[in-house]
Ligand binder design. Structure first.
Ligand code: WT7
Length: 637
């Protein structure tokens, strides 16, 4: 029977990797505990999350773990009082963590700054005091328009400490994109930097801000400027102050605001690959539990780890797994300012070796880019400190996964392919370090997460059939609202009544492993076969010449749609008509005759969002000569 919205699956991936015995023996959660957790969480999810919440400190305990009476507006840990910064910093100062490294920062030119928990705590307190002196109070929004600097982390934590709601705007956004976000968030204060280093150049950030605000000089009352690149900047005497000047005379102690568990911690705009930006709202209590729990479980975090999540703090991955979760866990987080290929393609391996990174969490885009340069760069460095690898953001093509596992992880470090979203706040589907790994699969929903694959009517689809990924139960890190737009929030739960619709296509195999197939609005329909972009692209990437691939559907009179591919080649391969033909044949061999490619176009690069996702929509508009729509998320680098 054909189900509405079901998606066909063609790719067969049979490789399986087992964890090494040493890792299993020392894991935070061993196989027996994991099995018990799955059982307990399925039977009593609230008790499961309550146990996770008890790992952290609260000023006052909750009445109820979960209140669904206003669903889909759910409340977690009702009546509880807390502050995420109390757990991320204050509590560590009273323990052996006090003089442990909290943050290692490396600038693109090679300058290094390190902060112990005590040093970070004091820096945050000074800025918290300064923000209070500037009139910023609980509930006020503060827009942080910053590159990857220690002060960015300090600013986020200082806001949270005083109960202000931070709103990071990625430093790659300018003009309209920045203005729209400012207009929606209405911040009391803005924090920015004079400039920063990226790919060997200095980017003038304060100037970009001034330009965006030139016809709207009163958009904010105060603008705090961090000095990073020693640029000449124009300081508006009525509005702009230097960071150094305002923190200099502040005390290194500051009161941590007592927050309600449900009080907003931050808003963060997401536009993904489509649509207009929505300000996703996250809370203090539930978010802190969700990110702390998932980091310690999925990445098996030990206090001695050095965690390098390569995301910019301006994205949700940066919020959750560069800043909050590692500090909540009392481990060391690493932040790098610059471009991964600067000054050459070994920068990431250089940083990993120099600082002894043990957990490396990055994206498929980054891996494919590095793979393109071959294995001679990683071979020049000692990567023995690595013990776990991770990925997020896009479907991870099996070929790229295996390269990452073998070449970077020596075949010893499990690769955690984690599925989640800005909206989910925390990792939702992922392998566990002691589990079996299948390259290209995100494994299963974590304990406490109930995910399903359904058709458009909400009925579960059988194994091997693709469908819509939905989440059936609330989880602590879930978004609480969309800023100024509760209808947009509700829409996530109303398209299929009663469940959270993620907007992604997935399929399950016979073991219950989930395989992500791409975004639902990018599914291609060839002669009645609905195919996700991920499988088609992975089949291309499995050819030895291909570094990256994007496949789009274009209208066709006979077949409904036909598939067109755009590929970039690995170093050492030349584009040619024969290679194009070879790729078409390769695709047919890998996936069967339905997966017929109408054409293959070679490109030097694929258009990507600023967070590294392939922008198929743009390729499609280019191909069809139609309006590409909003392109503010396009990465011009
Ligand atoms: C979208 C969310 C949350 C982290 C970064 C992105 C895609 C994310 C995976 C994965 C396949 C993935 C989905 C999702 N995505 N992780 N492991 N496998 N696809 O956050 O910008 O909110 O994007 O990224 O399409 O819906 P985001």
């Amino acid at each position: 029977m054909d189900q509405p919205g079901a998606v066909d699956s063609l790719l067969q991936e049979d490789r399986v990797f087992r964890p090494l015995p040493g890792l299993v023996m020392e894991a935070n959660v061993n196989p027996q505990e994991l099995a018990a957790a799955y059982q307990q969480a399925a039977h009593d999810p609230e008790a499961f999350w309550e146990t996770a919440a008890l790992e952290l400190e609260w000023f006052k305990r909750w009445g109820k773990v979960l209140d669904e009476s206003q669903a889909p507006f759910c409340k977690w840990f009702t009546g509880a009082k807390c502050n995420i910064v109390h757990n991320a910093l204050d509590r560590h100062i009273k323990t052996g963590n006090k003089h442990r490294l909290a943050l290692i920062w490396e600038g693109e030119p090679g300058d290094i700054r390190k902060f112990t928990y005590f040093e970070l705590y004091r820096a945050v307190n000074r800025l918290a005091g300064a923000l209070r002196s500037l009139g910023v109070a609980k509930g006020d929004r503060v827009v942080i328009y910053m590159p990857s600097l220690p002060e960015t982390v300090i600013a986020m934590l200082a806001c949270a400490k005083i109960g202000a709601v931070h709103c990071m705007v990625f430093a790659g956004f300018t003009g309209r994109a920045l203005k729209d976000r400012l207009r929606d968030a209405r911040p009391k204060c803005l924090i920015t930097a004079d400039g920063f280093y990226r790919n060997g150049r200095v980017v003038a950030l304060k100037a970009a801000l001034d330009e965006a605000l030139h016809d709207d000089r009163d958009a904010v009352d105060v603008c705090v400027v961090v000095r990073r690149a020693n640029l000449e900047v124009e300081m508006n005497p009525d509005r702009d102050v230097w960071y150094d000047d305002i923190v200099r005379h502040e005390k290194p102690e500051a009161h941590t605001e007592v927050m309600d568990s449900e009080d907003p911690l931050f808003l963060l705009y997401t536009s993904g690959t489509t649509g207009s930006p929505r300000g996703i709202v996250h809370s203090h209590g539930g978010y802190m539990v969700g990110v702390h729990h998932t980091l310690t479980w999925v990445f098996d975090i030990k206090p001695t780890d050095i965690v390098w999540c390569t995301a910019d703090p301006g994205w949700i991955t940066g919020h959750s797994y560069v800043v909050y979760a590692p500090l909540l866990a009392g481990t060391t987080t690493l932040l790098y300012e610059g471009h991964p290929l600067y000054p050459q393609a070994d920068r990431m391996w250089h940083i990993t070796a120099k600082h002894g990174v043990s957990v490396l969490y990055t994206t498929p885009t980054t891996v494919r880019m590095l793979m393109r340069y071959g294995s001679q760069f990683p071979r020049q460095h000692d990567l023995a400190s690595l013990r776990l690898l991770g990925s997020v953001g896009e479907p991870f093509n099996p070929e790229a996964w295996v390269w990452f596992y073998q070449t970077i992880g020596r075949g010893e470090c499990p690769v955690m392919d984690t599925w989640w979203q800005t909206e989910t706040g925390q990792i939702m589907l992922a392998p566990m370090p002691v589990g079996l790994l299948k390259p290209g699969s995100v494994s299963k929903p974590l304990p406490g997460i109930e995910a399903d694959v359904v058709d458009r009517a909400g009925n579960p689809v059988p194994p091997h059939k693709g469908g819509l990924l939905v989440i059936r139960r609330p989880w602590p890190g879930m978004m609480r609202n969309v800023w100024n737009d509760p209808a947009a929030f509700r829409a996530y739960f109303e398209k299929i009544p009663g469940v959270y619709l993620a907007g992604d296509v997935a399929r399950r195999d016979e073991d219950g492993y989930f395989w992500m197939q791409g975004r639902a609005d990018e599914v291609i329909n060839i002669a009645g076969h609905r195919l996700g972009t991920a499988e088609l692209e992975s089949a291309l990437v499995s050819h030895r010449s291909v570094a990256e691939a994007a496949v789009i559907g274009v209208p066709d009179k006979i077949k409904g749609e036909i598939a067109k591919a755009f590929v970039t080649l690995r170093d050492g391969f030349e584009e040619s008509e024969e290679l194009g033909k070879e790729l078409k044949d390769h695709m047919r061999r890998e996936l069967g005759p339905v997966a017929e490619l109408k054409s293959v176009k070679f490109r030097a690069d694929l258009p990507k969002t600023k967070s590294g996702k392939i922008l198929r929509r743009l390729l499609k508009a280019e191909e069809l000569g139609t309006d590409p729509g909003d392109v503010s998320m396009l990465d011009e680098e």
